[in-house]
Every structure is written in structure tokens, then in C-alpha cells.
Design a protein around this ligand. Structure first.
Ligand code: GRG
Length: 291
């Protein structure tokens, strides 16, 4: 798994390097800011899941790579905006000073905007596939990034700070702000391999459970790891009185929930047989991750 992750990270990094506008393109500031956050050292989990889902459905990683890069651009945009003073107000991300600390708030907002827009430029360059025309591919990305998923999660997350939150509302926040894009990354990979409806259904169920497990684990790591290990400010959820699994159900119950969700993710892959081996491995890797 370690070798697979390193090889795929390299593939994604090389593609992003080739696809993103160079930092010499005018105006240099915005392209430098976009590249700064993209290459600040993310784990590339969403693009790797996209490539692995494509392979699981018999496709080639090379075909899925523009979509893998598109989801990483949307993810990075969300991190830049989330770190802004008007949102989570953070100064550390991916082990580096946040975008607004380096480039100022205006450029950080614009770098996020530009990465979000660029994701759709990348996605528009794939041909579409017989079962999944380009229109469906673009819609998948747009819905995941929009006001009923990623942005919905962020809005309810901000509105819930300092309040007592029910488990269903907490689940809504996590499914929207984290699981939606993660699950779409997997679905887009499958679409690039012209996956049939049953394959897509199984992978969607996998993505939903894995995405929620990922955020529950992220909540746990926030209270159990150091900022140095995480590359972002640890303990931030507690100080900002965020709605998290450990704050709502406790640390031990959160661990149980993460394990149960990971088990659900594995079960969703059963009908896909041995072709899903890498996805099984990725699910276990995410459960045991330390950052
Ligand atoms: C600002 C529109 C908007 C949305 C923000 C994604 C998000 C919503 C906020 C970022 C903070 C946060 C808790 C996000 C949840 C998803 C998450 C755990 C992100 C970190 O993902 P990793 O660990 O990060 O994959 P790297 O840096 O490795 O890519």
C-alpha cells in the first residue's frame, strides 16, 4: 500500500505540475498562490481514490487523471477558503503558513476561486464516456462542490460552532463537507472507466461510508495528535467549539463508529471481488492513518 500511495502521489503531482498554469504566467501572483497551496504537501487521497476506482472498474489511471486533478483543485480551494480569517482563521496548513498569511486575504480568496474554476476547465477536457457523457461528469463535480454538499457542510459547520449538535446534524455536516467530494472522486474515477450502474452504486456506497469514516478519524486526530504531525493546528476543533464526533459522542465511541463505517465501506466492495483489492487497502490505510 505504501508503494502504491507513493507511486500514485507522484503521478498526481506530475500531472498537476504539467496542467496548472505556470507561475510565470501573468499575473504571476495568482498562479504562484495557486501553486503554493497545491504543492504545499497534501496527501492526494481524493485523486488517488479516483484513480483506484477507475482501475477497479477496468479503466486506466491515465484516462482518469484530469478528473483526479480536478477534485484535488476543488479540495485545495476549500482548504484555502476554510483557513481564511472570516472562516476558521488558521495559519498552518499542510505544514506551511496558510495562503492568506503568505499572499494576503484578497489573493488567497482569488487563488481559491481560481482553483475551483480551473477544476471545471480540467474536467471539460475529458471526452465523456458512453454510459457517462461529459454533462454527467461536470454535474457530478458541480453538485459535490455546491450549496447542497460541500458548501452546505461548511455553512452548517460554521452555524453550529458553540452549539449543542445532535448526531444526525453532525452526520449531515460530515457527509456534506467531507464525504460528498470524497465519494464523487470515487464516482468520477468509475465514470472514466465507463462503469455500469451496479458498479457505480457499490462504489458510491463505499465512498459515502469511507468519506464519513475519514471525517470521524479527522475529528479524532484533531484531539489526539500534535500540530507537527498533522501539518495543521491540532486542537482547533475544541478551541473553536466545533461539532465533532469526539465532542458529541466521546473519543471511544468515535473510534467504534470509525471502525464500523470502515467495515461498511469494505462490505460495499464485496460484489466487486478482487478488482477492489486496492480500494480495500486504501480503506484500511485511512482507518489507521496518523495524520
Ligand atoms: C470553504 C467551501 C468551503 C468549504 C470548506 C473542506 C472544508 C469545507 C473545510 C476544510 C477543513 C475540514 C475539516 C475539512 C474536512 C475535510 C478534511 C478532513 C480535509 C483535510 O483533508 P486531507 O487530510 O488534507 O486529505 P490534505 O492536506 O492531505 O489534502
Amino acid at each position: 500500500m505504501k508503494e502504491y500511495l507513493v507511486a500514485r502521489q507522484k503521478m498526481v503531482d506530475e500531472a498537476l505540475e504539467a496542467l496548472l498554469p505556470k507561475s510565470t504566467v501573468k499575473p504571476k501572483t495568482i498562479h504562484k498562490a495557486m501553486r503554493y497551496s497545491i504543492f504545499a504537501g497534501g496527501k492526494r487521497l481524493r485523486p488517488i481514490l479516483c484513480l483506484a476506482a477507475a482501475e477497479c472498474c477496468g479503466g486506466k489511471p491515465g484516462t482518469a487523471i484530469p478528473l483526479a486533478c480536478a477534485v484535488e483543485c476543488i479540495h485545495t480551494y476549500s482548504l484555502i477558503h476554510d483557513d481564511l480569517p472570516c472562516m476558521d482563521d488558521d495559519d498552518l496548513r499542510r505544514g506551511m503558513p496558510t495562503s492568506h498569511k503568505v499572499f494576503g486575504e484578497a489573493v488567497a480568496v482569488l487563488a481559491g476561486d481560481a482553483l475551483l474554476t480551473f477544476a471545471f476547465e480540467l474536467a471539460s477536457e475529458v471526452p465523456g464516456w458512453p454510459r457517462h457523457p461529459l454533462k454527467e461528469v461536470i454535474r457530478e463535480l458541480a453538485v459535490a462542490a455546491g450549496s447542497r454538499r460541500l458548501i452546505a457542510g461548511q455553512v452548517v459547520d460554521l452555524e453550529s460552532e458553540g452549539k449543542k449538535v445532535s448526531v444526525p446534524l453532525l452526520r449531515f455536516i460530515h457527509e456534506s463537507k467531507t464525504a460528498a467530494l470524497l465519494s464523487s472522486s470515487i464516482r468520477l474515477g468509475a465514470m472514466s472507466a465507463n462503469a455500469g450502474s451496479v458498479q457505480l452504486q457499490n462504489l458510491s456506497a463505499f465512498g459515502k461510508a469511507l468519506g464519513l469514516a475519514f471525517q470521524v478519524i479527522d475529528d479524532i486526530l484533531d484531539v489526539t495528535q500534535t500540530s507537527e504531525t498533522l501539518g495543521k493546528s491540532a486542537g482547533k476543533d475544541v478551541s473553536a467549539e466545533k461539532a465533532t464526533y469526539p465532542s458529541v459522542v466521546g473519543l471511544e465511541r468515535s473510534r467504534q463508529i470509525a471502525r464500523k463505517l470502515t467495515q461498511e465501506a469494505h462490505s460495499s466492495l464485496k460484489p466487486l471481488g478482487r478488482k477492489a483489492e486496492i480500494l480495500h487497502g486504501l480503506a484500511d490505510h485511512l482507518l489507521s492513518r496518523e495524520y
